[in-house]
Design a protein. Sequence first.
Length: 365
Amino acid sequence: MKKLHTFLISLAVASMATTYASAATHTIKKGETLSAIAKANKTTVAQLCKLNGLKKNDTLKVGKVLTVSGAQNTVQAVQTAQHKVKSGETLSAIAKANKTTINQLCKLNGLKKSSTLKVGQVLTVPGAKNTVQVAQAATETYKVKSGDALYAIAKTYRTNVSTLKSMNNLKGDTLRAGQTIKVPAAETVTVAVQTTKKSDRKLAQTLSTLPKSTYMKKEPSKKDVFNLGDIFFGKNTKTEKEAEVIKVAKTKLGNRYVWGATGTKGTFDCSGFTKYCYKENGIDIPRTSIMQSKHGKFIKRSELKKGDLIFFDTSKQRKGYVNHVGIYLGDNKFIHASSAKKKVVITSLDATFYSQRYMGARRPL
């Protein structure tokens, strides 16, 4: 086991980001055809028809949910890197330099092809070519118990809330006692490594033959508290949760500000933006900025940490009540959906306007 642990620790260090690609459904949008949906999901019209009991000439209804892939859920730990935009750089040039495509860059950073890049803006780009792919064959079912929450179930099955909702076509977070939902099966884990490194291939062969009991059902000693799930999905520490909230927030940089919006069509108002970022990580906070300012632990300005919610009075008359909120990023900066800038931006707390109108901070985590 000592050798195996050494291999696993090395793999954990190499894994820099984890993306979840287990969605197996597609909601039909206006104007879409079977051919377009099949192409977008890397399948065939014949396969789509077979999975959904359709005929090639059937009329598609807007809003109908189609199954677009089989029962195999894939989780991929992909290495990524950061690129700071320099003067004169374009998406095309950055994509070419990092051996990727404009579409992939946009997807990684929540951008559009027409988005304007700012000097100093940090983009996520594909890292090394080696990827470790963990495929969990099929799914199993779970019967919801009284008091169960999606976040707790996701944590138990080493997945996230978005994946569970996608697997079960859930629109909200409410579960009923006795309800049966799909969860990733975890009896065995197959690991395939796309690499030329001999050591990685050996690691893949070792892990692919391990039954679940080897690394998940064994009670670890106090000295040796880690398992395979911790490597690919990370331990659920506060620091990691804060980092995930910020990561989600940064993918929305440049998205349009719309009063009252909570993510519909990628648009937000200030409190809709903060609620969205936390909800994507399984944390529910109130909807409005003034209610958010009463939620969680009060934090002094001198004790701000990444992921904290910070509040302002941006009214012209400075009426003394909270009407704006953002997420603290560290280094005296915060990210927020700005009504003045009409989009999601990063701003310095040293800016006179915000520094003078600062009202306090809360830590929901």
